[in-house]
Ligand binder design. Structure first.
Ligand code: SF4
Length: 447
């Protein structure tokens, strides 16, 4: 009897989409755990399923709809949230049985829907939540979301429609969250947003109070100031979703000094100035290649990761070739590509001269072949060097980890042989002995 009265309601959580959606999921999960809900790994044993959807591309929408269908079939009680929730009719048309649909970042509405379907049984003594919240990523790395929304208007993207204009979190608030994470054992902070280089523009870079190791001081809500203050926390700091604006040059100093990881994730999307103009990309007027070359001479081990769209409406063979040339000349270490897909509500859908599917497929293959070649060439240079490797998983013969040039999930890995057992989250020095197109292997020589 007593056991039943105290039994916590169980929630199964499906998190789809990008790292930004993952941060939303973490917030919802933290709140649920604070209220005494438990998480379960299977839909069947849960009292309710929450599906955090992605609505960026039509293929992501299809994946979201099928995840909702699975949850309905296996459990029956389903609450939907996330980007696709901004267009609830699409979800209810396919799955009229869902209990509620809420949009991105509508944490309160998700919780209200959960409370209604499965009321909480909160016991403050049993359900304490760690101060740093509940992370869905392994404990040694965590995503740090520094802003919501985006004030750019790229023609292929509906994120500003879904999430609104840029809203930055004051620097002091971000730093306090980062400090808690580091105190809780996080060794790597992955800074994310829609446009990290624009951080603080909406707040006119207002300073906010932060009590760091050297006492209380003011930190401006600005990309460079935040990166420098994060670096002082002592964890690896990795910057994602940065655009090549001139003010980004200054971050190279932090990288050269070993404070911020020599890694930049810049979603270029294309290299041809005419395509970039049709895409209305931020920083499309900048002299990107020259800028990258200057960065590389300041920080020789800089890793550049990017994403590109092939087959954007009107893309000619010559424009596509400009993209391939850029990949080679800029030596983009890591890159993913998408074949252009119209996203409901995006301006680009109405542009002239759509590229036929077979041309898109052929360009995609050529892009990936070029990318593989560049990646293999860049990795080969690491053979014989010693690299700091953060351990993500332990295997019977050693471990799997990542160099400073590899973000979790999207980049490559290092297979590490080791005489002594390695621990997850440990940073080891590894002598690199072999390189493939995407991954490295080597032996731990320092711990
Ligand atoms: S920068 Fe462009 S692609 Fe990225 S979220 Fe903003 S509008 Fe979308």
């Amino acid at each position: 009897m007593v056991e039943t009265a105290l039994k916590s309601p169980r929630i199964s959580f499906v998190s789809l989409g990008c790292p930004k959606a993952l941060v939303d999921s973490e917030r919802i999960v933290t709140r649920l755990r604070a209220e005494g809900y438990e998480l379960t790994k299977t839909h069947a044993g849960a009292d309710l399923v929450i599906v955090n959807t992605c609505g960026f591309l039509d293929s992501a929408k299809a994946e979201s709809l099928s995840a909702i269908g699975e949850a309905l079939a296996e459990n029956g009680k389903v609450v939907v949230t996330g980007c696709m929730g901004a267009e609830p009719e699409q979800i209810t048309a396919a799955h009229p049985g869902v209990l509620a649909v809420t949009g991105p970042q509508q944490y309160e509405s998700v919780l209200a829907a959960v409370h209604e379907a499965v009321p909480p049984k909160h016991d403050p003594f049993l359900d304490l939540v760690p101060d740093q919240g509940v992370k869905l990523t392994p404990r040694h790395y965590a995503y740090l979301k520094i802003s919501e929304g985006c004030s750019n208007r790229c023609t292929f993207c509906i994120i500003p429609k879904l999430r609104g204009d840029l809203v930055s979190r004051p620097a002091g608030e971000v730093l306090r969250e980062a400090e808690k994470l580091v105190k809780a054992g996080v060794k790597e902070l992955l800074v994310i947003s829609q446009d990290t280089s624009a951080y603080g523009q909406d707040l006119r870079y207002a300073p906010s109070l932060w009590k760091g190791a050297e006492g209380e001081k003011e930190v401006a809500t600005r990309f460079l100031d935040l990166a420098a203050a994060l670096a002082d926390l002592g964890a690896w700091v990795r910057l994602h979703y940065v655009y090549p604006y001139p003010h980004v040059d200054a971050v190279m100093e932090l990288m050269a000094a070993g404070k911020v990881l020599p890694y930049l994730d810049i979603p270029f999307q294309h290299a041809s100035p005419t395509v970039l103009r049709r895409m209305k990309r931020p920083a499309s007027q900048e002299k990107t290649l020259a800028r990258i070359q200057a960065w590389r001479s300041a920080v020789p081990d800089l890793t550049l990761r990017s994403t590109f769209i092939v087959g954007f409406p009107g893309e000619t063979e010559a424009e596509f070739q400009e993209l391939l040339d850029f990949m080679e000349e800029a030596e983009i270490d890591r890159a993913g590509a998408f074949k252009f897909e119209p996203v409901a509500g995006a301006v680009a859908n109405g542009l002239d001269n759509p590229v036929p599917d077979e041309v898109k497929a052929e360009r995609y293959d050529r892009f990936m072949r070029t990318q593989q070649k560049v990646s293999a060439r860049r990795l080969k240079r690491k053979v014989g060097t010693r690299q700091q490797v953060i351990i993500d998983a332990v295997t019977p013969t050693g471990a799997i980890g990542r160099t400073k040039g590899d973000a979790p999930d999207i980049d490559g890995t290092v297979k590490v042989a080791s005489r002594r057992p390695l621990r997850v989250g440990e940073i080891a020095t590894v002598k690199i002995e072999a390189a493939g197109p995407y991954d490295l292997s080597g032996t731990a020589v320092g711990f």
